[in-house]
Design a protein around this ligand. Structure first.
Ligand SMILES: C[S@@+](CC[C@H](N)C(=O)[O-])C[C@H]1O[C@@H](n2cnc3c(N)ncnc32)[C@H](O)[C@@H]1O
Length: 440
């Protein structure tokens, strides 16, 4: 499908600009109904914005991923002094484009989806809420139907760079990462996705090697590995053209599964201390380690007494640094509270909890991976310790420790698993004594 700006502009019409949503509603409501353009459709309300999904690929479960993208976009717009151009490369029914326009107050959104059958759906969704032209006669949005790679490359060749590029792709198609990096402004944001849980689980290492340049082996924290492989793949691509990427937030969702990362693209070159290396897991003792490239060839586990360690598996290269930027996710939390999307009460606690966990996970001392509480219990031959108790005990010993947003019954910590086991044993001992001392 070819595209020209003239075609996009020719479709412009003047419609009144609707009132802005000042206090987006914190719920998603879905109503099935007939749409005049498509055989069957759902009318969906997401954070106060209403749209039709038609026969496009749309998942209500991805609403949190969209919330996070919108919050990041709004913060980025603020940091730029109030101007934001977004390219939504795989827009489906156009829900993100709509939300970037209305909630993040993007000045311009380029909504693209390869499927030209979605055209009426996308334009109808956008026109029903946002006029195509601003009051000053500037285009607010265009809709095209190109292959994402072609569109991104065309924009790069036209020197038409964007503040935020969102590529909501399926599987582990990474072919667009390089073209997206070339079309984003220096300092801009890139929101990318993978839905390939099979590769992150280490079940087809050649596949992850082709997509992200990382050989992935089975590890107990494979869903965090999936996020790190995605960031690492983008880092490798960006380094080839003199850029580096840093994760502002990383989000795993079990619906799919879906791995999403919001990256900031900055000029730079890989250094020896770049967080791009290898992680290991020892199946014998459960110890995880991080290795730099210079340490390749000297990798072993302390339980193997310096000998070749057949119980160890190594994955990488991948991102070994923090999953999130502390100040950015803290600002996202503040903004989500301001908008009524996050709060301590039940109705909006999910996003509050998620963003708080992301703030905790962003602690720079925390190494890659998490330790499942069941693994501590199995290795220490005790009952599974309560997460809150072991986190408190580890912090009292000076370790960094928190819950993981990826899995509920696991902890992230810089404490070696052997010390986690002894701490858990002590906790169990204390609990037994307390139990014995309970008055009958
Ligand atoms: C996961 S869906 C998008 C969902 C949408 N972003 C949302 O939040 O509801 C992926 C979309 O990408 C489109 N697509 C697939 N391959 C594409 C390509 N190479 N270029 C552009 N769009 C593509 C599909 O038609 C599909 O609508």
């Amino acid at each position: 499908m070819t595209f020209s700006v003239a075609q996009a502009v020719s479709a412009l019409s003047l419609l009144p600009l609707p009132a802005k949503i000042r206090n987006p509603k914190p719920r998603t409501i879905v109503t099935r109904r007939r749409n005049p353009f498509v055989p069957f459709s759902s009318k969906v309300e997401e954070r106060g914005v209403t749209f039709e999904t038609g026969d496009s690929f749309f998942r209500c479960e991805s609403a949190t991923g969209r919330d996070l993208g919108i919050l990041a976009a709004a913060l980025h717009r603020r940091s730029l002094g109030g101007s934001l151009r977004v390219l939504d490369a795989m827009c489906g029914c156009g829900v993100r484009s709509l939300r970037y326009l209305v909630q993040a107050e993007a000045d311009f959104v380029w909504a693209n989806d390869a499927c030209d059958g979605y055209r009426r759906l996308i334009t109808s969704n956008l026109t029903s809420v946002v006029s195509r032209l601003s009051s000053g006669g500037e285009r607010r949005w265009v809709v095209t139907h190109c292959d994402a790679n072609r569109l991104l490359t065309e924009r790069y060749l036209q020197r038409d760079h964007f503040d935020l590029i969102d590529v909501d792709s399926f599987g582990s198609d990474s072919s667009f990462i390089g073209s997206a990096i070339s079309a984003v402004k220096a300092g801009g944001l890139l929101y990318i996705t993978s839905t390939d849980g099979f590769s992150s689980g280490g079940h087809r290492p050649q596949h992850s090697l082709s997509s992200y340049g990382a050989y992935v082996r089975p590890m107990p924290y494979s869903n965090e590995v999936g996020l790190r492989v995605l960031i690492g793949g983008a880092l490798r691509e960006s380094a080839a053209s003199g850029f580096l990427v840093y994760p502002l937030f990383s989000y795993y969702s079990y619906h799919g599964p879906v791995f999403r990362v919001m990256l900031q693209v900055c000029r730079g070159h890989l250094q020896d201390n770049s967080n791009y290396g290898f992680i290991s897991y020892c199946n014998k003792c459960g110890h995880s380690q991080t290795f730099h490239w210079a340490e390749l060839g000297q990798i072993t586990c302390s339980c193997c007494n310096g000998m070749v360690c057949h119980s160890m598996v190594l994955s990488g290269p991948l991102w070994t640094g923090p999953l999130h930027d502390t100040s950015f996710v803290s600002e996202m939390l503040t903004l989500a509270r301001d908008w009524g999307w996050a709060c301590k009460s039940k109705k909006c606690f999910d996003l509050e909890k998620l963003l708080n966990q992301m703030v905790d996970e962003s602690e720079p001392r925390l190494p890659p991976g998490y330790i499942k509480l069941d693994e501590i219990a199995r290795r220490a031959k005790i009952n599974t310790p309560p997460a809150s108790a072991i986190i408190t005990a580890l912090k009292e010993q000076g370790y960094a420790a928190c819950r993981s947003h990826i899995i509920p019954n696991a902890i992230k910590t810089d404490c070696p698993i052997s010390s986690c086991m002894s701490t858990a044993r002590e906790l169990q001992g204390e609990r037994s004594i307390n139990h014995l001392q309970m008055p009958v």
